[in-house]
Design a binder for this molecule. Structure first.
Ligand SMILES: Cc1cc2nc3c(=O)[nH]c(=O)nc-3n(C[C@H](O)[C@H](O)[C@H](O)COP(=O)(O)OP(=O)(O)OC[C@H]3O[C@@H](n4cnc5c(N)ncnc54)[C@H](O)[C@@H]3O)c2cc1C
Length: 291
């Protein structure tokens, strides 16, 4: 088990890792790719860059810097996060990762699509966390919006509890293998239906289908998705964060683009530093309290 488990190895995750490693702690970074930097052609507005660097080059330099200081790095997509009473457990597609403190640095979820009616119905039949809310849909007909591994994870949480699950791919190809008991609906969705509470969807051809609940699992799990699963309190769509970027779950922090605000490398690195230092302080206080 690591002292600090960091989800994401972009600028925020690596920055947090550097502080943890220099404090002599075991740090494990779990990420699925180079994040936003993979799409950034050139970065030239970051401190100290005499010549611009490509996003992928900067990402690789950061990862190598963490490795050189002794970080462990795992390539995996995390679909679940919880505190088991003594440590944080992140479940990935290929393994399970544990840490005494956890920093979510999973980047921006800005690419996630929204459908007409979705924002208004959040918390009223539209959920972002199967493990949190499946119980409310015992023996009910639910839908999962998504098409990949994260959607499969949410489907697997729901199947033992609900009466039926329909996967709404919204016209996207599936990139995971779903159980035969799941109905796969490939038509595009034009609108979520329901006044005050979600009641179904309207498809591109104008037909409507009723559902008792909708679970949104687009793309991969975001920091908000993971924070919900870990039981953090929310204000609107975002987890409540203290000035040290700690969520309401002690020892669980967030940093970088995933906290919203200014989506820049400098800000991500700064938040990573603050969260990294706060995680060190949290672990020291925990150790002193149990000594
Ligand atoms: C096209 C483009 C151009 C940009 N240009 C600039 C620029 O010129 N200057 C500038 O300062 N900023 C620029 N940015 C913004 C900058 O790239 C981001 O602000 C910065 O990368 C944020 O760092 P981060 O660590 O918070 O997130 P990211 O760099 O996005 O890293 C997120 C990490 O989390 C991982 N992750 C996400 N979900 C999961 C999951 N479920 N399981 C496991 N791992 C997961 C990803 O694989 C990745 O490792 C640009 C961004 C884009 C898209």
């Amino acid at each position: 088990m690591a002292d600090i488990l960091i989800l994401g190895y972009g600028p925020a995750g690596v920055s947090a890792a550097l502080y943890g490693l220099r404090a002599g702690l075991d740090v494990l970074l779990v990420g699925k790719d180079a994040g936003a930097l993979a799409r950034a052609h050139m970065i030239e507005n970051y401190y100290g860059l005499v010549k611009p660097l490509s996003g992928p080059e900067l990402a690789e330099t950061g990862k190598n810097q963490a490795l050189a200081l002794g970080a462990k790095i795992a390539d995996d997509e995390v679909t679940d996060l919880f505190f088991d009473g003594s440590e944080f457990v992140a479940k990935g597609l290929s393994g399970e990762y544990r840490g005494k403190a956890c920093i979510m640095a999973t980047g921006s979820a800005r690419k996630k699509q929204s459908l007409p009616g979705m924002a208004e119905l959040e918390g009223h039949g539209v959920s972002y966390c199967a493990v949190c809310d499946a119980f409310f849909y015992r023996q009910k007909k639910v839908a999962v919006l998504g098409s990949g591994e994260y959607a499969l994870h949410e489907v697997s949480e729901l199947l033992p509890i609900v009466s039926s699950v329909t996967l709404l791919t919204n016209g996207n190809p599936t990139s995971a293998t779903f159980p035969d008991t799941v109905t796969v609906e490939k038509r595009q969705i034009t609108e979520l239906l329901g006044e005050g509470a979600f009641s179904g969807v309207r498809y591109e051809d104008g037909t409507e289908e009723t559902f008792d609940g909708l679970f949104v699992a687009l793309g991969s799990a975001s920091a908000s998705d993971l924070a919900r699963k870990a039981g953090a309190a929310f204000e609107g769509a975002n987890p409540v964060l203290g000035p040290d970027f700690q969520t309401t779950v002690p020892g669980l922090f967030a940093a970088g683009d995933c906290t919203g605000g200014t989506l820049q490398v400098s800000v991500a690195v700064g938040e990573g530093a603050v969260a990294g230092l706060a995680a060190i302080k949290y672990l020291r206080e925990k150790r002193n309290a149990s000594a």
